[in-house]
Write a protein that binds this ligand. Structure first.
Ligand code: ADP
Ligand code: MG
Length: 600
């Protein structure tokens, strides 16, 4: 027999789509507070939100006559016509959140409009209104949600441990705090104040409040704008990186979203600056004409669809690349300040990162790793030295100046002092001392020359008086029609020579014969049948790896050769790291030297 479901049953089923765990309730309530124009929002949770969630705001409040309406399905004040859907400017618009939350928990609402004399208190449990009375209360809205899923045992069982649920909520509120730096956001968990943002609109400061101070030192500001897109935020210097993408946070038109397109744009920007399997930290805020993005493809609105993925991706890659190719990315040797070792813990900021990582360790739900691993990357001893470029204040001021000036580094002006250990060039410029890793620099030059050569049609090839022979296996030979072209494009004169060999009679002009032999040998060894040589990125990767093997460590160079290396490096598009992400430069300021000698 077919029967129409009763309202309560239907509500419970529908509720499951909007509310599946404490996080989704927090999300809906906070988004409502933002939509209500609040400038102050406090979120308090207990037991990961399972037993208690309270969100208090100082927003518009709800009219006494409309409080019950707010809890009805498809009741919304935010859209009236279907065509409004095309230009939604609020976070909520479906009018189902409050109805869904009330269907699966006990809810208490306090609300007051500024233009009404009294406010209301409404109690609703399992979707049924228990009480609706006038009450004196502050302007704004407070929603208390308790006993989540008390009437849906299956869902109740589905919830994870308190710490898993609270980790999700803390992550989410952290992101919201970044997205809305002009709102004071306070987060309390089990009675502990985790953070309170300043609400002064300063994104950098918000990052420092929400994530630790450490992260701030590693960030570079990004600002970019064209007629259809605007991007702001911070990306980490290549030397500061993670083993996963958890620290890549993206916002599109104010919403926290995940996006493969943005991830790909970012990855491409760091392509030749970071080892495989390492990921930069990024906080990117993007605004696009709302008619050019679709935020409605998923009810949780975590994914967006762009009209033109490629345009977005290229915009991100180009702009971030420009930020990374400045001298600000050079790792700097700094002596740790004594006060930062015993930094007092203030009550406004708890180390969320620490908190999250201990929680995660307990839960074993992630492969979260700490930053100390990134130190091995910059080659600095993490105990006494920290790798950083600018101090956080400077970055802050830099931002306030609005106009971001990209500082390019005039490498040719370096005053070369000498070479030590047959490897490192020493130089000064103004008040800074630089060390340059000869091999990292050479690899960078070699790689850029080769890629340039590969891309242009007019190759500069030097003919060899005595050609050399490269022997290969039968299988390699089988694939020759693919890889041979790549080598020819890179500027080699190479042709078949018998059944298992090739003859090389010309090499790119900037290579020595030994380098050319090593390059080709490595290149051929690393071509396997399943490599897609029509993919430019794969070719780029093989070329960059082959460069590494062609450059030998430890050759002593003269001052003249060192000078030539510096001028070639200055011609590079990205002189600050080798193609695999190792830095070419390390700097030490006069000020830091003076501090080490305790002069200042
Ligand atoms: P939606 O946000 O999609 O409109 P909700 O169920 O989340 O749907 O909320 C229903 C309505 O209740 C909103 O449209 C809004 O008018 C009102 N409302 C909810 N929360 C608040 C709040 N914190 N402050 C003011 N009004 C609110
Ligand atoms: Mg809503």
């Amino acid at each position: 027999m077919i029967k129409l479901l009763g309202k309560l049953v239907a509500d419970k089923i529908a509720a499951g789509e909007v509310v599946d765990r404490p996080l989704s309730i927090v999300k809906e309530l906070v988004e409502n507070s933002i939509d209500a124009g609040a400038s102050h929002i406090t979120i308090e949770i207990k037991n990961g939100g399972k037993s208690f969630i309270r969100v208090t705001d100082n927003g518009s409040g709800i009219y006494k006559d409309e409080v019950t309406l707010a809890f009805m399905r498809h009741a919304t004040s935010k859209i009236t016509e279907a065509e409004d859907l095309g230009h939604i400017m609020t976070l909520g618009f479906r009018g189902e959140a409050l109805a869904s939350i009330a269907a699966v928990s006990r809810v208490e609402l306090f609300t007051k409009r500024p233009d009404e004399k009294v406010g209301s208190r409404l109690n609703i449990a399992g979707g049924e209104i228990q009480e609706n009375v006038p009450i004196g209360c502050p302007e704004g809205t407070t929603l208390v949600v308790s006993d989540l899923f008390y009437n849906t045992p299956a869902r109740l069982k589905f919830m994870k441990s308190d710490s898993t649920e609270s980790t999700l909520i803390i992550d989410f509120i952290s992101k919201i705090a970044l997205a809305y730096p002009e709102i004071i956001i306070r987060l309390i968990s089990n009675g502990t104040n985790l953070f309170t943002t300043q609400g002064k609109g300063d994104r950098f400061n918000t990052v420092l409040t929400v994530y630790s101070r450490d992260i701030g030192e590693a960030l570079l500001p990004v600002t970019a704008e064209s007629d259809w897109i605007k991007m702001e935020g911070f990306v980490s210097k290549p030397s500061f990186n993670k083993t996963n993408r958890k620290h890549q946070i993206f916002f599109v038109n104010g919403r926290v979203i995940s996006s493969k397109v943005i991830e790909a744009g970012l990855e491409e920007a760091y392509f030749d600056k970071m080892f495989d399997g390492r990921f930069p930290v990024a906080f990117l805020f993007i605004w696009i004409d709302p008619s050019k993005v679709d935020v409605n493809i998923h009810p949780n609105k975590k994914e967006v669809r762009f009209d033109d993925d490629r345009l977005i991706r290229e915009f991100i890659t180009n702009e971030i690349r420009a930020v990374l190719n400045t001298k600000k990315t050079i790792p700097e040797i700094k002596v740790k300040k004594p006060e930062s070792i015993n930094k007092p813990v203030d009550d406004v900021q708890v180390d969320i990162k620490q908190l999250l990582s201990t929680m995660r360790e307990k839960e074993e739900i992630s492969n979260y790793t700490d930053i100390s691993r990134s130190k091995e990357f910059s080659g600095l001893n993490s105990d006494e030295l920290i790798s950083t470029t600018e101090n956080s204040n400077e970055v802050g001021n830099y931002l306030i100046a609005e106009q971001i000036k990209r500082e390019y580094f005039s490498i040719e002006e370096l005053h070369l002092l000498g070479v030590i250990f047959g490897t490192y060039l020493l130089a000064t410029l103004e008040n800074t001392f630089y060390m340059i890793d000869q091999h990292a620099a050479h690899e960078r030059i070699f790689y850029e020359n080769l890629m340039k050569q590969y891309k242009i049609s007019d190759k500069s090839v030097q003919k060899l008086l005595i050609p050399f022979i490269i022997n290969v296996s039968y299988t390699t030979k089988e694939n020759a029609y693919d890889w041979l072209d790549v080598l020819i494009d890179a500027g080699f004169d190479i042709e078949e020579f018998g059944s298992k060999a090739y003859k090389v009679s010309g090499v790119p002009i900037f290579m020595s014969i030994q380098e050319a032999q090593d390059f080709i040998t490595y290149f051929i060894e690393n071509i396997s049948e399943d490599i897609d040589l029509s993919n430019e990125k794969i070719i780029d990767k093989i070329i960059s790896k082959s460069c590494k093997s062609a450059i030998k460590a430890g050759d002593i160079i003269s001052i003249d050769e060192a000078q030539a290396l510096i001028s070639e490096l200055s011609a590079c598009e990205n002189p600050y790291s080798c193609p695999h992400g190792r830095p070419t430069f390390i700097k030490l300021s006069k000020y830091e030297i003076e501090r080490m000698f305790k002069r200042v």
